[in-house]
Design a protein around this ligand. Structure first.
Ligand SMILES: *Cc1c(COP(=O)(O)O)cnc(C)c1O
Length: 378
């Protein structure tokens, strides 16, 4: 049996251990230190636009703090893209707030600006204006940010941009993660770059970054003794792990290029195959990091469905995964309000994510190609 081919596995660039050794040699083995500061500076220069970045223990922690920074508390309502990973929505419930789910639109698979506005109007007519909007660039594909921002501004609602899957993606010449009032990044093991586990909150001001770091380090007031006037969290990033992040930043551009090459590989593979479409950028305004390459399988035209293909790949030790199941269909969230028209439901039924790691070898790709072509021509 061939070695397992993963959807997206960690890919070390080579310099990570240098920074980890520095942390050990200087005894900065703590959730602060030169690697944390260095990684934050690397991210700030990468994202441009004078962003201020606070490195945290996970993307989920970043979302939680983004909600707190946006003033979300118990009883509030927060609008969230339904088609996403559960981590986008869980922190709404941590805050005792109510998630309001909004469907996707077919071009980017991300939040529909029309259903967003419908949701806001309907919530307001029922007596409550949502406190924040969480929009996601799923699989690295930029959301229609112009239209989403226009709706958020029209109603004066804070915009939180979940760019966990979209570091390196660009929309209208601006990097994803920098559009919202707050942006969040993830460095989990499966993301485009990793610190094994980690995340960041992208802020617009030094003041917001300072407040984020304050909350992430147990909200300790100034003074020689421990003094607290707010509830704090232990959400800061470890200096050892930030060392991995500094090494990964050196190869980020290369990894984006490699993921985009994978996408090209799949486009060519499926070019003449009936019933399969590879998800692509709708216009030249969009530049996806193609974190994961996704396809839609039309059973009538292809003669097989998404599950047939997934199980065949699995038999050959190749990991693939259905598109993320929308939150409004999840047992834990299905009782919350939802606005939409089955766009994300249909994507979930037909869609499959394919192995897309920047460490996918030519041998891996040849094996994937052979497995898929053998299956289709059986
Ligand atoms: C991975 C992910 C997160 C959560 O990030 P963690 O670092 O794993 O906590 C949030 N949103 C999306 C869309 C993700 O893919």
């Amino acid at each position: 049996m061939n070695n397992k081919i993963w959807l997206s596995s960690p890919h070390m660039g080579g310099e990570e251990q240098k920074y980890i050794h520095e942390a050990f040699n200087t005894n900065w083995v703590a959730p602060l230190g030169p690697n944390v500061n260095g990684f934050e500076q690397d991210l700030e220069s990468y994202l441009e636009l004078n962003t201020k970045v606070a490195c945290l223990s996970s993307g989920t922690a970043a979302l939680h703090l983004a909600l707190i920074m946006s003033g979300v508390s118990a009883g509030d309502q927060v609008i969230c893209q339904s088609m996403t990973f559960s981590a986008s929505a869980n922190p709404i419930v941590y805050q005792g707030a109510t998630p309001i789910f909004v469907d996707s639109e077919p071009d980017t698979w991300n939040m529909s600006p029309e259903f967003l506005e419908e949701a806001i109007k309907d919530r307001m007519s029922k007596g409550k204006k949502p406190k924040a909007i969480i929009v996601v660039h799923l699989y690295g594909m930029p959301t229609k940010m112009d239209e989403i921002i226009a709706v958020a501004q029209k109603y004066g609602i804070t915009l939180i941009e979940d760019a966990a899957e979209a570091l390196g993606s660009v929309y209208n010449d601006q990097k994803c993660g920098t559009f919202g009032d707050f942006g969040i990044l993830s460095f989990n093991g499966n993301k485009i770059i990793t610190t094994s586990g980690g995340g960041a909150l992208v802020c617009k001001t030094e003041k917001d970054k300072a407040k984020t770091v304050f909350l992430a380090t147990q909200a300790r007031d100034e003074g020689p003794h421990y003094q607290h006037s707010e509830i704090g969290y232990n959400y800061r990033m470890s200096n050892v792990l930030a060392g991995i992040g500094r090494g990964q930043m050196e190869v980020l551009d290369k990894y984006v290029a490699l993921r985009r090459q994978n996408n090209q590989f799949y486009k060519e593979l499926f070019k003449d195959i009936k019933g399969i479409t590879v998800f692509k950028e709708p216009t030249e305004d969009y530049f996806s990091n193609h974190w994961l390459t996704c396809i839609l399988v039309n059973k009538e035209k292809a003669g097989f469905d998404r599950e047939d293909l997934r199980l065949e790949l699995l038999k050959n030790n190749i990991e693939s995964r259905p598109l993320w199941k929308p939150m409004h269909l999840q047992p834990v969230f299905e009782s919350y309000p939802y606005y939409g028209d089955k766009v994300s439901e249909n994507l979930f039924k037909k869609g499959l994510c394919l192995p897309s790691g920047s460490n996918l070898s030519s041998k891996d790709k040849a094996f994937i190609r052979k497995t898929i072509l053998d299956f289709i021509n059986h």
